[in-house]
Design a protein around this ligand. Sequence first.
Ligand code: PLP
Length: 386
Amino acid sequence: MARTIPSQRIYLDNAATTPLCAESRQAMLPWLEQGYGNPSSLHQEGRKAKDAIDSAREVLSNDLGCLFAEVLFTSGGTESANLAIVGTALNHVGSSRNRILLGASEHHCVINTESTLRALGFQVEFLPVDGQARVDIQALSDKLSEDVLLVSTMHANNELGTIQPIREIADIVHGQGSMLHTDAVQSFHAPGQNWKVSDLDADLVTMSAHKIYGPKGAGAIYIRAGVKLKPLVVGGGQEREMRGGTENVAAIAGFAAAVALARPNSDPIQSAREALISELANLGAIATVIDRSNVLSGHAHVRFPDIDAETMLIVLDRLGLSASSGAACSSGSIEPSHVLEACGYSAEESKYGLRFSFGRDATAALAHDAIQIVQSAVDQIRSRKD
Ligand SMILES: Cc1ncc(COP(=O)(O)O)c(C=O)c1O
């Protein structure tokens, strides 16, 4: 059946990255042009750059509801999570707390710390999750004991968008005197998410700028006062000796500008997401998360039982729609999603997951156009099979 394909490309991969907003761009320009001072220099140019970083830290600490000194800037969510987990481990090498628990459906920046942690002498165990990538609370309680140093589990899952009860998890973890890191890259400033660090009660919280319309290459870590880490990058003592290297002043200023923006209303985003999911169901797609009351508003995760994600994404891209699946490997082909595998899907089924993630520009019209494209893609793929 002939369908009308919208002339504009549609970007539904906002969970992977978002476009730079005008406010961030504006905030970055002075530090890319005339504001070239090194923040560690004592002269005027240096002091101005240092002031810009301090102002940005003020914005983030106010936003997170924490102390100024509890926020450090990094190059992004990956470095922040590495610092949270490996930095904590480095500070406790040889301690009687020699076990670290990682959620099985974490982002690779958490999962892939395993080999380093083992090399440092820690025992690493993966926490099972339910069918929606939420940590099994009973398994967490069973695994926790006085020898657990750290638990790392994310606030919201990047593939499914499911939000975890981090406060409840924090209570359980702290009950054994262990520490909690939560990767909040997906939930930080997501539409409808207005948390402060006290709401999560984690000891370490990690964030990234490019998921919230800020620049790539900037992130932050909240380190609760009193929590001790060792740096992964040593050098000139920047970021309170926790991260050596001259700071990326422009990116930090751009990050703060994105944080300072008013949080968007999640209702239109959620309506667009729901419209898409219900139309896709008419085409035979199965929603991975049925009860979406505790899911980030922009995430739509589905599977077409007869169409693998790679085929679908290639056709969608050709028709003008950008979406994604699980992890894309360096060759560009689709690997089975470790998130879906952790949720109990077979390796084969885990190649069928599709993620459409709406951004702040979501409208009913955008969802309608996206549906037209997905319908055309499904028609094309199925007609080839006939
Ligand atoms: C949940 C989660 N954690 C961490 C990261 C990594 O963040 P960055 O790209 O800033 O290194 C991402 C980005 O995909 C993510 O979705």
